[in-house]
Design a binder for this molecule. Structure first.
Ligand SMILES: [Zn+2]
Length: 245
């Protein structure tokens, strides 16, 4: 059986002299693993289409539970990312997060749109890198079942306070007057508003907000801490990214 779908390569592993096993975030089949046969059998222009960060139209052959890509037509290779180590490592981090969080075989169209939009903005230098990273982390967590409780203070329900506190362990928000967990992190109202915007807005609006430099830094910090607390693991690509910034 043959299937045609578009998708983004989010992982690649060399499996033989010329063969590779790639992980693809597809529009129609969620996350799948597929073999790419050697350069002899796949046209050379299909090579970049099946490398990490290649967004392409794939022709996939399915036999029992094995998928093989036999044709790939590149749609976008995000060239602007590959010329810069920090951007490349950040894009690799986004791919690693999808491998960790996206469900296999389930509908991932919204996750695909999120990562394609983020990579486009990253490749074209459209927004601060801090902002792209925070939006991607928080929105991906929200789409995969880890949306934090941001509606108001967990105890009294207060919607906005000059200073609020977010607890990454319980993913709950607290006002300045109520009792809160000792490790809850202090946030300005601007950062709380940005978090709500990222997690709750329509997909096409999630990048449309501004914050001061210090606010953006605080947003990036809380987003990363929440992601690490939620997924409970380390990311090599994140450590690599930090070594370049
Ligand atoms: Zn309260």
């Amino acid at each position: 059986m043959r299937l045609n779908t578009d998708g983004l390569i989010i992982r690649e592993v060399q499996t033989g002299e010329a063969d590779r096993l790639v992980t693809v975030l597809t529009r129609d089949m969620g996350v799948i693993k597929a073999f790419v046969r050697g350069a002899r059998s796949i046209k050379s222009r299909s090579l970049s289409a099946t490398q990490l960060l290649g967004y392409s139209r794939f022709s996939i052959y399915m036999s029992r539970d094995t998928y093989t890509i036999d044709e790939a037509e590149p749609i976008e290779v995000f060239f602007g990312i590959r010329s810069d180590f920090a951007r490349t490592s950040l894009a690799m981090y986004f791919c690693e997060l999808i491998c960790e969080l996206a469900p296999e075989g389930a509908d991932c169209a919204e996750i695909l749109s999120l990562v394609l939009n983020t990579l486009y903005l990253l490749a074209n230098n459209r927004l601060p890198v801090h902002q792209l990273k925070a939006v991607f982390e928080m929105r991906l967590l929200s789409l995969t079942g880890y949306m934090p409780a941001l509606v108001g203070c967990e105890v009294c329900g207060k919607y906005a306070d000059d200073t609020m506190f977010f607890d990454t362990e319980s993913s709950q928000l607290f006002c300045s007057e109520c009792k809160r967990p000792v490790h809850a992190i202090e946030l300005t109202v601007g950062v709380v508003t940005a978090l709500r915007h990222i997690c709750l807005s329509d997909p096409q609006k999630i990048f449309s907000f501004t914050l001061s430099n210090s606010g953006m830094k605080a947003l990036a910090d809380i987003s990363e801490r929440y992601l690490l607390a939620t997924t409970q693991r380390r990311y090599k690509s994140l450590e690599l990214y930090k070594s370049f910034t």
